[in-house]
Design a protein around this ligand. Sequence first.
Ligand SMILES: C[S@@+](CC[C@H](N)C(=O)[O-])C[C@H]1O[C@@H](n2cnc3c(N)ncnc32)[C@H](O)[C@@H]1O
Length: 245
Amino acid sequence: MDYLPDDNSRYKDVDYWDERYKTEQCYDWLGSFSKFEHLLEKHVKKEDSILILGCGNSSMSGDMYSAGYRSITNVDYSSVCISTMSARHSDCPGMSWHQMDVRQLAFPDASFDVVLEKATLDAIMVGEKSPWRVSPQTACFIHQALTEISRCLKPGGRFVSVTFADPFFRKRLYAKTEYKWSVKKHSYGEGLEYFVYVMTKGEELSPEDQALEIKLREDTEKSQASRITTTQHEEEEDFMSNIDL
Ligand SMILES: C[S@@+](CC[C@H](N)C(=O)[O-])C[C@H]1O[C@@H](n2cnc3c(N)ncnc32)[C@H](O)[C@@H]1O
């Protein structure tokens, strides 16, 4: 079966994933756990409580369990995915599976040492026409997810994001003071480079990331101001052309 959607925006739809997971057994986006295990073990301890977002039918959760990570909570908004994966891993005590949207996590504040996502935020972003100009809807979607992730992290906890998005486009989403974390970047892969961002809750943004946040805020304010001026100008022109002399 061909799982490629007609349009990249379909990667945002739960119906697309439900349909796909009815037949697809296993697929690992951005490579398997073994490719970035050396990076992960520097930031995630075996005894950490770990939340995996958008687990899909990837082998990552099972591979991590086999590697000794024992407290793994998995969520995905596809009910088909969650019922298949929970049946597949029914012999793994310490692993749990929940149907849930990343924008509304049903966990108390500060409940995990680590929140991990691989290609889940990519699936939400991939329908964007240009990485330079993320639509307000997608920006709001990502902001809701990041706010929830930050809320669920314990002090000193890490949000680990495995993605194909390079720092130029992804740091601008993650490097925000309101999430109360620092941002560090690592990469893996031969030929195709993938990125592992590690956000540590309770640490300050680096001066470089603080400067980036300020610059982006100023750019947004400037573009909003110029939009208001343009609209006012157009309204004045409309007014002039409507005057019946
Ligand atoms: C590109 S796949 C990645 C799957 C897996 N993490 C991997 O690395 O192979 C994206 C996954 O995110 C899930 N997903 C997309 N949007 C979601 C949302 N808003 N809430 C929860 N899961 C979501 C999809 O169902 C799908 O399983």
